[in-house]
Structure formats: structure tokens, C-alpha cells
Design a protein. Structure first.
Length: 133
């Protein structure tokens, strides 16, 4: 039986595969850009020139990059028999929603989705090992 645990955030995903007593650890980079939007007043004077910030453009680009990231992850995890998903913030929930809507066969294999703060590689391995034992 091939059990797979994944800890993911916007920057990277750590995949731990447990199969026949063997443990495999892999990291996948997301390539989602960090957007630091600069805008507002270019002067200290009240009523000075204003820069218009197009947040929707950045959010739309990030949405497409996340979709691409999730597509790559699905290719890596689709062969697993059971999947556990962990991560900080809401990235793991977005991934679960993506699985529910576009990858129903993979979504059926998900056993848990939990919020877990940043962890070292060994902590990720231990968390996933403990979940499947």
C-alpha cells in the first residue's frame, strides 16, 4: 500500500511517500510569485498624485500560478492509495477544493486535511509516519 503525506504552502510542497517500509522524501517548488504591490501617494502632500494599483491583475495571475502548481502536485500524488494533506494558512484548503472540483479520483483518496505550522523536514516525516501508523 502506498501512503503519501503532503505538507504544502504557496512556496513549496514536501511529499513523504511510505511504501513497503520504505520512506521517500521529495520537495516540489511552486514557482508562485510573491507580489509586493507598491502604490499610493508619490508625495507627502495631501491630494498629491496617486498611483492606481490593479490588485485584481495580481490576484488573477496568482490564481493561475496556483492552479498550475496544484496540477503538478496531482501528477506526483495520483498513484497513492491514501493521502494526508497538511499546511499552514489556507493553501492546503485551496488544494483540497481543487481536488474536489477537478480531480475527483484523487480526492477520494484524501484521508485528512489539517492546518499545521511550518515544520522541519524531519518533523514532516514524523507527522506523516505517525498519521499512517
Amino acid at each position: 500500500m502506498k501512503n503519501l503525506g503532503i505538507w504544502l504552502d504557496k512556496e513549496k510542497a514536501h511529499l513523504v511517500t511510505l511504501e513497503n517500509g520504505n520512506e521517500d522524501f521529495k520537495t516540489i517548488s511552486s514557482e508562485v510569485e510573491n507580489f509586493h504591490v507598491h502604490g499610493g501617494s508619490g508625495t507627502r502632500m495631501k491630494g498629491g498624485p496617486q498611483d492606481v494599483v490593479q490588485d485584481s491583475k495580481y490576484l488573477e495571475r496568482e490564481k493561475h500560478q496556483l492552479k498550475n502548481y496544484f496540477k503538478n502536485l496531482v501528477q506526483e500524488i495520483k498513484d497513492a492509495d491514501a493521502i494526508a494533506i497538511y499546511g499552514p494558512a489556507e493553501t492546503q484548503m485551496k488544494f483540497k477544493k481543487e481536488l474536489e472540483s477537478n480531480y475527483k479520483d484523487v480526492d477520494k483518496k484524501v484521508k485528512t486535511v489539517s492546518v499545521v505550522d511550518s515544520m522541519t523536514h524531519n518533523q514532516v516525516k514524523a507527522l506523516i509516519r505517525n498519521f499512517f501508523n
